[in-house]
Design a protein around this ligand. Sequence first.
Ligand code: SF4
Length: 344
Amino acid sequence: MIKVNLNVKELYNSDFNFLAKEAEYICLKNYGKKVFLRALLEFSNECKMNCLYCGLRKDNRNIKRYFLSVQEIKKIIKKNYLSGFRTFVLQSGEFVNFKFNELCDIIYKLKKEFKNITITLSCGYFTKRKLKLLKESGVDRYLIRFEVADEKIYSYLKNGLSLKKRIEMLYNLKELNFETGSGFMIGLPGENDEILIKNLELCYKLNLDMIGIGPFIPHPDTPLNYLNKPSFEKVLKITAILRILLPYSNIPATTASGTLEPYGREKLLKVGANVLMPNITPPRYKKYYLLYPGKICINENADTCILCLKQKLKKINRELSFDTGSSINFTMKNNNLELNYGIN
Ligand code: SF4
């Protein structure tokens, strides 16, 4: 069992080579060579919100909106189920309330038809009551990033919404025994070292099962289109620190990082990431799901993606895994086993 004796600030100020080595060691020790695959289906790009950084924001009239039908979703899941996928992430913007029942119905039908699948949902904010209904419908995991652990910046980026409410939802997810994922963006306006440390501390405090971090890549159709991207080195360093802080969580090498830097995902897998999320959204819809511009792999179908990822992983001595891949954190908690690690 790894015992981490550093506090977040000390880690943040440590030498990158030390962090990278430590993070890779921890990841290989806990998860081996396996890189878990999550099939990502962006089933709708409708969104009622207006986040300043996001290409799906309501005021962006330059994209065609879509919402896949139950039949289409089933067809896509079936095809990928037959290819070996067992873990599916269903993602959308925050749609209006009347679609909620439709969503529960879709999940229920998928869980009934496809045996042993795990469903992660990522559709924005829900009240505790609605989360309970989603759990009853069969949702296993939920992903909602807090984006930035600073109330002022959060509220500025999200048009007055409260960070407290977001964090409350994350605690609700944990209480309802969802495998809980969150994370933040790197390079947002107003960010500094202190805020990045606060972001890391919040991930640790929440003891997340999954942590997704992504670089802020400015989208031309948003009010933040004039800003610069962060350096990839920063993303690498933060990933390594997260792995040291949360040795038993799942950490994806995000597509946004692959967009920011050639071989970005492979580089993240070398510093502690252990999950990849190939996109199974049909290419005719993918082009309308652009949270940020220049997104890689939008013309590839799922089969091409898998072949490509297999080759990429072989080069770095890692292997694709279709296992459900729950975090060690979550598995231990559900078996009443204690994890022995911590920071000062
Ligand atoms: S970040 Fe999410 S909630 Fe905000 S506009 Fe984009 S899709 Fe909507």
